[in-house]
Write a new protein. Structure first.
Length: 365
């Protein structure tokens, strides 16, 4: 039996990991055991949870500093578990702030390592690519241009968002788009900073259609509080992102995977994102890219407006809302969706990743 140890740090990684476990189980055709840091999705697929991703989930420089002693304690505990279990392969998924140190340690200790969903060195911290290349036996990317950055030993396996949207469109009944969506993020600090700006922006406009907010279930109480304090009438939902998004004529979305999902569905939207002043100051100094939205990065243009930090101003955002609701942008955004589909290329990303991982795991048999 082959033993695989996962290093996951956030909800998106848990989704990638769950898809990968299913694909590995299907493709390998042999007994495999999965354990590590994971979330509910991976746990449901049979991964033994050493630690929940909730213990690691944190964003921003100041937020990380506050939790540093806690994170160092977790790192020590995870290293001890790896030594005791002696897995055949360690798979790190994204979350470089924690995982880069772990794969370096693991490789030096003689373990096989795979880095899946690579650090976005094209955005910032370019030197990370040297550490990834040095300490990874296998590099698997979900961004098409990353092979040019990481080298020929990096494999593009396809993009999970494209797969998810294609699956959703098959089952979607294509209902009328008569809602205005607010999607402030999946973490408490994102909801606390982004949602008040979103609510104030729509309050300044004559929306004329129902306003909906979607957040993870564990952020429901915080979201109710923010919505109540805003005085804006909005219906709150939990964990129904694609279903609600597909019903939206327009939306405001925090940065992240959600922006690419909206773009592939052909939804007009703007990106709203705020962080602590110190985090923004450091990120601004280190960032190498002009845009933060993945669709804009892939297209190499600001197709979807970005209102970041001081530009996350309700008056500016209100202008976007009014113009978007006035003009029918759906046909143009459908063309953009097709352009992005062409850029992302191949489908069935998890199967391609499982094939590469299976080769690494069983190459000596």
């Amino acid at each position: 039996m082959k033993k695989v140890f996962f290093l996951i740090g956030e909800e998106s990684g848990d989704t990638r990991g769950a898809d990968l476990i299913r694909a590995l189980s299907d493709n390998a055709g042999r007994d495999m055991e999965f354990t590590g840091i994971c979330g509910s999705q991976m746990k449901a697929e049979g991964c033994r949870q050493l630690l929940s991703i909730e213990k690691l989930s944190v964003t921003g420089f100041t937020e990380v500093l506050k939790k540093l002693p806690h994170l160092l304690k977790i790192r020590k505990m995870v290293k001890k578990a790896i030594i005791e279990q002696h897995p055949d392969l360690i798979i790190a998924i994204d979350y470089p702030g924690f995982n880069l140190n772990m794969i370096k340690w693991a490789k030096i200790k003689g373990f096989k390592t795979c880095y899946y969903v690579l650090p976005q060195v094209w955005a910032w911290k370019e030197k990370r690519k040297f550490k990834v290349r040095k300490y990874s036996d296998l590099m698997l990317s979900i961004i098409p241009f990353e092979r040019d950055i990481y080298g020929s030993d990096c494999y593009y396996v396809g993009n999970p968002v494209k797969d998810r949207i294609l699956e959703f469109q098959i089952s979607d009944q294509g209902g009328v788009r008569e809602k205005f969506g607010l999607f402030p993020g999946s973490r408490s600090n994102e909801v606390a900073r982004n949602l008040p700006v979103m609510l104030e922006s729509v309050r300044k406009c004559d929306i004329g259609i129902p306003i909906v907010v979607n957040v993870p279930e564990d952020l429901l109480e915080l979201t109710k509080k923010v919505v109540k304090e805003s005085g804006t009438e909005a219906e709150i939902f939990t964990s129904r992102f694609l279903e609600l998004l597909s019903q939206c004529r327009c939306a405001l979305i925090s940065s992240g995977t959600a922006t690419l999902e909206a773009a592939l569905l052909g939804i007009p939207f703007a990106i709203i994102y705020k962080v602590s002043p110190i985090t923004y100051m450091i990120a601004k100094k280190l960032a190498k890219i002009e845009h933060i939205g993945l669709p804009n990065i892939l297209l190499n243009r600001e197709e979807f407006p970005e209102f970041i930090q001081h530009r996350a101003n309700p008056d500016l955002i209100g202008e976007f809302i009014n113009s978007s609701l006035k003009d029918d942008l759906s046909a143009k955004k459908r063309e953009v969706a097709q352009e992005l589909n062409d850029i992302l290329g191949t489908e069935h990303y998890a199967s391609h990743a499982a094939e590469k991982i299976g080769t690494l795991l069983f190459q000596e048999e």
